[in-house]
Ligand binder design. Structure first.
Ligand code: ZN
Length: 167
């Protein structure tokens, strides 16, 4: 089933739904088609271009800030399953500043790590054991949920609406 990106009236990404659901929103005058796919759906009387991006006709207030939960799977996803110290296949999570030394369990202090580096590092700081991070850990992109809820199949037509996010 193809998916469609739903934008708020402000053009901010709001959710990912099936294209069928997006079409229902359009039929009910709740949304307007912004981008379509090549695909066309036909019924007995009509044919419809399959929506890829739709925009809500009325602004919806989203009171909470959506964040990506800090899980092993999410960290491995962000770090491409690669040890952030040596580039080997990651098997563990590592707190850059160890928890025993006040390091937090947060996106900017947790990285994917191979067993070897994890053991070598123990309860010390990377520079104390001659390790260096290949890049600084950061919280995943604000619209990370768009990638996960679409099964990492982000349509190229969605990209412009996710760009605001690259900062
Ligand atoms: Zn390593």
């Amino acid at each position: 089933m193809t998916k469609a990106l739903v934008l708020n009236a402000t053009l901010e990404p709001l959710s990912v739904v099936t294209s069928r659901r997006a079409l229902v929103l359009v039929w009910r005058n709740k949304a307007t088609v912004v981008e379509v796919r090549e695909e066309v759906w036909r019924s007995a009387q009509d044919s419809f271009k399959v929506p890829s991006v739709v925009r809500l006709n009325t602004y919806v207030n989203v009171p909470y800030h959506r964040t990506v939960p800090l899980t092993r799977r999410a960290v491995f996803g962000r770090d491409d399953h690669v040890c952030q110290y040596c580039g080997a296949t990651a098997e563990n999570l590592d707190h850059v500043v160890p928890r025993s030394r006040g390091g937090s369990h947060s996106w900017d202090n947790v990285v994917a790590c191979c067993r070897r580096c994890n053991i070598k590092k123990g309860n010390r700081l990377p520079n104390e054991v001659g390790l260096a991070l290949s890049r600084l850990p950061r919280s995943p992109r604000r619209f990370g949920w768009v990638y996960t809820s679409s099964g990492y199949r982000v349509d190229p037509s969605w990209q412009p609406y996710l760009l605001a996010d690259s900062a």
